[in-house]
Design a protein around this ligand. Structure first.
Ligand code: NAD
Length: 259
């Protein structure tokens, strides 16, 4: 077991990629914290993991609220004594052409993706520094390195996470804390299902064309990345045994983006 008794907070873990990461971490012996806006769904995921013998707890957390983030991390530390791994994964997507992008939506996107990453990192770091070890993983995207039309806020936020990870890698290096970014291609979660009809409407093409000629066009095999693919990369970053792997971003996208 690669994460035996490690306390792992995963934000946005009630659904999609975060949920799969929590399941895989629990399978590897981790004690996983399902942190999500949606407390009922978070509890359902925690119950699912507990039913298979894994250690899990659910906490209500809006990652844009400093008060809620701090309260949830304090609850975890009180229950389980510390934090070993943070996966800052909670995210949403809002697409518009830039000239029509509502400023309120722009601010909401940056708040969830960037404020959320900052606030959860800030809350967890003192506990990791106290132990002299920790791994922080940010859920970036191919859009941390590449651009697409209609996604000004998302692309800006996802690029920003790479900068944050590099700073945390430098600040945390001598204190045993690593920080890395996972950059998935399209994964068929609710976040992506919602975009297919929206993009079809905005671009004036069919939903099948959005999948084939927009989302998967540049992949080597026309395949979606899966939640399990992303969870395996998260496991690598979470369980890597030394500081050698820090400040990095790893693309998992069926070759959509190669570096
Ligand atoms: P999802 O919609 O299935 O899950 C997102 C989860 O985040 C939900 O449970 C939701 O309740 C939670 N959430 C939303 N706002 C929150 C907030 N303010 N505080 C706490 N929780 C909140 O989406 P997903 O596809 O699993 O996406 C997870 C992450 O992966 C996101 O950061 C997304 O940008 C990134 N990502 C997704 C894809 C993809 O193709 N699905 C590709 C690359 C990166």
């Amino acid at each position: 077991m690669k994460l035996k008794d490690k306390v792992c907070i995963v934000t946005g873990a009630a659904s999609g990629i975060g949920k799969e990461i929590a399941i895989v971490f629990a399978r590897e012996g981790g004690k996983v914290v399902i942190a999500d806006l949606n407390k009922d769904a978070a509890q359902a995921t925690a119950d699912e993991i507990k039913a298979t013998g894994g250690g899990a707890m659910a906490v209500a957390m809006d990652v844009t609220s400093e008060e809620q983030v701090n309260a949830a991390v304090a609850e975890v530390v009180a229950a389980w004594g510390g934090v070993d791994v943070l996966v800052s994964n909670a995210g949403i997507q809002i697409v518009h052409p830039t000239e029509e992008y509502p400023f309120a939506d722009w601010k909401k996107m940056l708040a969830i993706h960037l404020d959320g990453a900052f606030l959860t990192t800030k809350a967890c770091l003192p506990h990791m520094y106290a132990k002299g070890s920790g791994s922080i993983i940010y859920m970036g995207s191919v859009h941390s390195k590449e651009a697409s039309v209609l996604k000004s806020a998302y692309v800006t936020a996802k690029h920003g996470l790479i900068g944050l990870a590099k700073v945390i890698a430098k600040e945390g290096g001598r204190k045993g804390v690593r920080a890395n970014v996972i950059c998935p291609g399209f994964v068929r979660t609710p976040l992506v299902e919602k975009q297919i009809p929206e993009q079809a409407k905005t671009l004036g093409i069919s939903e099948a064309d959005v999948v084939k000629n927009v989302m998967l066009k540049e992949t080597v095999d026309g395949e979606f990345t899966t939640t399990d693919d992303v969870a395996e990369v998260a496991l690598l970053f979470a369980s890597f045994p030394s500081n050698a792997l820090t400040g990095q971003s790893l693309v998992v996208s069926h070759g959509w983006f190669m570096q």
